[in-house]
Design a protein around this ligand. Structure first.
Ligand SMILES: Nc1nc2c(c(=O)[nH]1)N(C=O)[C@@H](CNc1ccc(C(=O)N[C@@H](CCC(=O)O)C(=O)O)cc1)CN2
Ligand SMILES: Nc1ncnc2c1ncn2[C@@H]1O[C@H](COP(=O)(O)OP(=O)(O)OP(=O)(O)O)[C@@H](O)[C@H]1O
Length: 207
């Protein structure tokens, strides 16, 4: 076993620090951030044109995108949640999320649609079939570079985005403003986001 390179250790420490900072927010701060985020998201063209969109259910201080749900329901947008794909390592697919979707906790303690519900092909979509994905972030920088939980779930699931042809959903990262850092190291497998939205601002990737 070789020991991890210093930049890997830096990234791990940064991830831990950012996760601690977001967990420290009060319920009142969380609620306010969620509503401000929803207002920013609803102004984005990537959301206004979406017919099929994925959200996530927030855990451990993540900014909560669900304040946007009434707006999405009014517009008849089909809402999906990320689900850990069975029999495949660290990949996601996306399962319909409606008022009557049966939910269970996955191995990380995050609620997701029941595997039996997701097993029905008509209840789920691969990432490429969505118009827009709302991607949870642990950290980001002003150029909309992202850092996630470290499992590589979204990076693996979105690897198709690098192909020169085929469908390309819009990727909108979301986070609390306090998760912004100066500059994130770019990894070869990182898939660029279209934009990052926070409780305070929108950050666009540079063309
Ligand atoms: N709310 C939410 N849902 C999501 C994600 C997310 O980041 N947030 N994901 C985005 O990828 C996927 C799940 N990925 C995750 C990756 C790591 C951990 C996690 O807490 N890992 C533990 C240690 C691992 C373990 O318990 O075995 C840790 O880091 O402390 C959680 C979710 C799909 N659903
Ligand atoms: N397309 C891919 N194919 C295979 N492995 C990958 C791919 N993308 C990422 N990985 C692996 O996933 C691991 C986690 O990557 P990284 O530290 O960038 O996570 P992250 O971007 O924070 O995670 P996430 O995508 O879950 O938000 C890395 O060790 C990397 O080797």
């Amino acid at each position: 076993m070789s020991s991890p390179a210093p930049d890997v250790l830096d990234k791990r420490a940064l991830r831990r620090q950012l996760r601690r900072q977001r967990r420290a927010l009060s319920p009142r701060q969380q609620k306010r951030a969620s509503h401000r985020l929803a207002a920013h998201l609803a102004a984005l063209p990537e959301l206004r044109r979406a017919r099929r969109l994925s959200l996530y259910l927030s855990v451990q201080g993540e900014i909560d995108p669900l304040a946007l749900l009434p707006w999405l329901r009014r517009r008849r947008v089909a809402v999906y949640l990320p689900v850990l794909r069975p029999f495949t390592d660290n990949r996601l697919w996306f399962v319909r999320f409606d008022a009557d979707t049966p939910m269970v906790k996955n191995r990380f303690g995050i609620p997701e649609p029941h595997p039996r519900f997701g097993a029905r092909a008509r209840n789920r979509l691969p990432a490429w079939a969505l118009d827009t994905l709302i991607v949870p972030l642990v950290g980001f920088d002003k150029n909309a570079n992202r850092m996630g939980m470290g499992g590589g779930f979204y990076d693996r699931t979105l690897a198709f985005m690098r192909r020169p042809y085929g469908p390309k959903p819009a990727l909108i990262g979301v986070a609390h403003e306090l998760q912004k850092v100066d500059c994130l190291p770019l990894e070869p497998w990182d898939v660029p986001l279209s934009a990052v939205a926070t409780d305070e601002a929108i950050y666009r990737a540079r063309a």
